[in-house]
Design a protein around this ligand. Sequence first.
Ligand code: ARG
Length: 455
Amino acid sequence: MTLWGGRFKGELDRQAWALNASLSFDQRLAQQDVRGSLAWARALQQARVLSAEECSQICTGLEAVAQEFRQGIFVFQPADEDIHTAVERRLGELIGPAAGKLHTGRSRNDQVATDFRLWLLDAVPGVQAALADLQGALLERAEQDFGMVMPGYTHLQRAQPILLSHWWLAHFWALQRDRDRLGELADRAATLPLGSGALAGAPFAVDRQVLAQELGFARISPNSLDAVADRDFAAEFLFFAALHGVHLSRLAEGVVLFSTAEFGFIELSDAYSTGSSLMPQKKNPDVFELARGKAGTLVGLLTGLLATLKGLPSAYDKDLQEDKQPVFAAHDTLLALLPVLGGALRSLAVRPDRMSAGLDAAMLATDLADYLVRAGVPFRHSHQVAGQAVRLAAEKQQPLDALSLDEFRSLHPAFGPDVYQVFDPQHSAARRDVPGGTAPEAVRAQIVQAKTALG
Ligand code: ARG
């Protein structure tokens, strides 16, 4: 019943069989397995291992198998150890003994490595699209909320006024790097292992370049031992997912924080909030908390696979069967999360009054120092003076802009009546007009740049 029964007299223990079997999860590779087999059958015919008649029988049979999978009518049998076994078993039922020639020169080792890469390459566009849509939501927010000024924080302490659009776009660019990374890892994943056999290479003259072309790979692997063991593509995808998760988590934490009563900059829509079974007043940002939480799970999936790969001797080891579930899980997690975050961002309400209320005059202390710089005072000194002004105002329990001109002058003679113009947050933001700065002009340019990046 197994693909490897010949040398065995006894049967595999029932529980050992269950442990060994991977069908429950690798059936997701069904279409890729059939595609790989179709290409392999044609390569065998070109290598004169299969006659034209046998090849056409096998291909017709494989098409029928693929059709059964597509229609959801493929019936797995209890003896199907993995997807490769199931496809070959069904092919045999459909076309008879010719099916037994398909596996010539091939091993499940190069087969599964090929199937899994094909699966990833098929999956990447869907993830890219979901990611791009979330970037689109951030960009829409940046445009919609353009001009609103909020407190910017470092160390979570009030720092300098920034545009809310600038804050949204900060997260846009992190996601842009994620999407770039995904494209780059997909390019590297497009290396064909098929033709590597179990470990030493196929003993028939299959044309691997043609195989690569037919299956949409950019190149063939240069070493059969490496080819059957290389799971860099899976680890890279998991790193992408983990870092992307970290980026989503940081965005989520910002939203969670800003939607508290204490900040109140943001109110989530009902469609993306949940309540408490006990406290009637609660409106909880579960969606963003889940984004934050799932980042931890994604990091775990990456470290899990890296630990599996570490210390494997060269060529295939059964440990490698552990590679698929984390990749599927990371993929499914992202596809579940991304559209919900996009919807939640698009539907939330911003409270400009609450953001303005968070802007106190002390946040313009840097601008006060810069005022003196423009009068020729060295920044090191003007920083000192502005600090003294902050201390004086704090001692008087007054806002910084409530100090009198005499008081400012007592700290430095270069202060003039126009010092009070410093205390305009809009003005402060507008001064920061370097490319990448928070000035409206610079942010407008950034929006154009983001649109181009989004394509
Ligand atoms: N189910 C196996 C996996 O996922 C397929 C390869 C099995 N190869 C072997 N030599 N037993 O890795």
